[in-house]
Design a protein. Structure first.
Length: 440
């Protein structure tokens, strides 16, 4: 058995947490390959090393030199090294500072948190370091070059019993360091698991897996023991942020299961994420509820829209020209709604609406702001009769007006649009209906 383990920022926050990680690795010889994040917060008001590095980049852009933020980065790594009884990394930090000043790139600067952390952890564990820059490659259009990355990673690890790799970055087609989006070390771990053909990808974080709802909204929500890749994708896309929403792609193709584990409660089972073929139906109709606020809905109405060729095309063409992506397009016979992230369309809403009016000539157009979307997700929904009735009945009983419904085509989720102000109330009502009742 080969297990690939990714440890997040809180697991790397200081010497004590790194020692925990070492103990977790030692307790299971199958945990051979490790991906690390940059040191995260040690306490609530602390600053993540990655954020200090983005500040460093701003300082270098302004003055040409690393400033106080990089000093703070150096202090963080000096103190981790001291706590681990390692020699001072002063020379490595100074050299990295000079590289940051030379490269002047945000991606390069931000990537150094993972780089330095992996160097330190590799020294502490006595396990070889492999630089992600040498093995994780991007295509000229900025996408992960999967085949090349998997081959290079497998080749670099051949003959290595164990290894430590930095997460979050690789190398672009221009030969420069390029990062994934924030939280991207999860993707790096998935890439590594895929490249070595791991039996399990363990993602170690500071929570014991996914919960059936956001604990800031619902008091003590039930933990989710098992999720399918598809359910995970729906939940994390809609805001459940335990795992980066793109990290599933590399492992899904090879059907490698993922287990979310808690570094601070290693005995907890966590959540196991599996392909649908290995999914064990729990008897519960709904697996989880997630949601996001702040969407704008543009509702268009036109008689005989269904018979008009090119209507949607003309609307989408306007969005495309403004480089705006949409989240959903629920549609009826003569109506169609475009659900768009409010932040993405905010500054150009009036312009976009005028262009849509001119291009698609709808009979009417209405815009709703401050809409929240709530996704109710679960494979059990399609096997259970009456789920939507129960769902909408629960929402109605809570006195919430549903502004939009999208059952989607995936059968495993129903998306409900409500006003931002009703977001929490709706989630609580749905949770109570499907989790607090015993008749499930
Ligand atoms: N350190 C990076 C971030 O803060 C990447 C990661 O932790 O996954 O986003």
């Amino acid at each position: 058995m080969i297990k690939v383990c990714k440890f997040g920022g809180t697991s790397m926050a200081d010497g004590t947490t790194v020692r925990r990680v070492a103990a977790i690795l030692e307790s299971d010889p199958e945990r051979k390959y490790v991906v690390v994040s940059a040191p995260g917060k040690r306490y609530g008001a602390d600053v993540k090393v990655t954020d200090l590095l983005y500040e460093t980049h701003a300082e270098v852009a302004e003055t040409g030199k690393c400033g106080p933020s990089y000093m703070k980065v150096c202090e963080r790594f000096e103190s981790v090294a001291r706590e681990l009884g390692l020699p001072s990394p002063a020379e490595l930090l100074a050299e990295t500072g000079r590289e940051i000043e030379r490269e002047k790139s945000a991606d390069f600067t931000a990537s150094r948190g993972e780089y330095l952390c992996a160097r330190l952890v590799s020294g502490f564990l006595g396990v070889p370091f492999v630089d992600a820059r040498d093995v994780v490659k991007f295509t000229p259009d900025g996408k992960l070059d999967g085949p090349r990355t998997f081959a290079l990673t497998a080749a670099a690890l051949a003959g290595k019993e164990r290894a430590v790799l930095p997460g979050f970055y690789g190398e672009g087609a221009d030969g420069k360091v390029k990062t994934f989006s924030r939280g991207g070390s999860d993707i790096s771990g998935a890439i590594l698991a895929r490249a070595v053909g791991a039996d399990l990808y363990e993602n170690w974080t500071d929570v014991s897996g996914f919960l059936a709802a956001d604990p800031r909204v619902v008091a003590s929500p039930a933990p989710i023991e098992m999720l399918s890749y598809r359910e995970l994708r729906e939940l994390s896309y809609m805001g459940a942020d335990v795992l980066h929403s793109e990290s599933i792609f590399p492992v899904r193709e090879a059907e490698i299961p993922v287990r979310i584990k808690n570094t601070f409660r290693p005995g907890d089972e966590g959540t196991l994420i599996v392909p649908v073929s290995r999914y064990r139906y729990t008897g519960r109709a709904v697996t989880g509820i997630a949601g996001k606020k702040n969407f704008t809905v543009i509702l268009l109405e036109k008689a005989l829209m269904n018979a008009e060729i090119g209507f949607t095309y003309r609307v989408l063409e306007v969005l495309y020209r403004h480089n705006i992506s949409f989240e959903h397009i629920p549609s009826g016979i003569d109506t169609m709604s475009f659900v768009i992230d409010s932040e993405a369309i905010g500054g150009v809403l009036d312009e976009v609406c005028a262009e849509i009016r001119a291009a698609a000539r709808p009979d009417s157009m209405r815009v709703f702001n401050d809409i929240a979307l709530i996704a109710v997700v679960g494979h059990g929904m399609s096997r259970t009769i009456g789920i939507s009735a129960r769902l909408f009945d629960a929402i109605a009983r809570a006195g919430v007006n549903v502004r939009m419904i999208d059952q989607g085509s995936s059968e495993i989720d129903i998306i409900v649009g409500v006003e931002n102000a009703q977001y929490e109330r709706t989630i609580r009502a749905v949770y109570e209906e499907f989790f607090d009742k015993t008749d499930d």
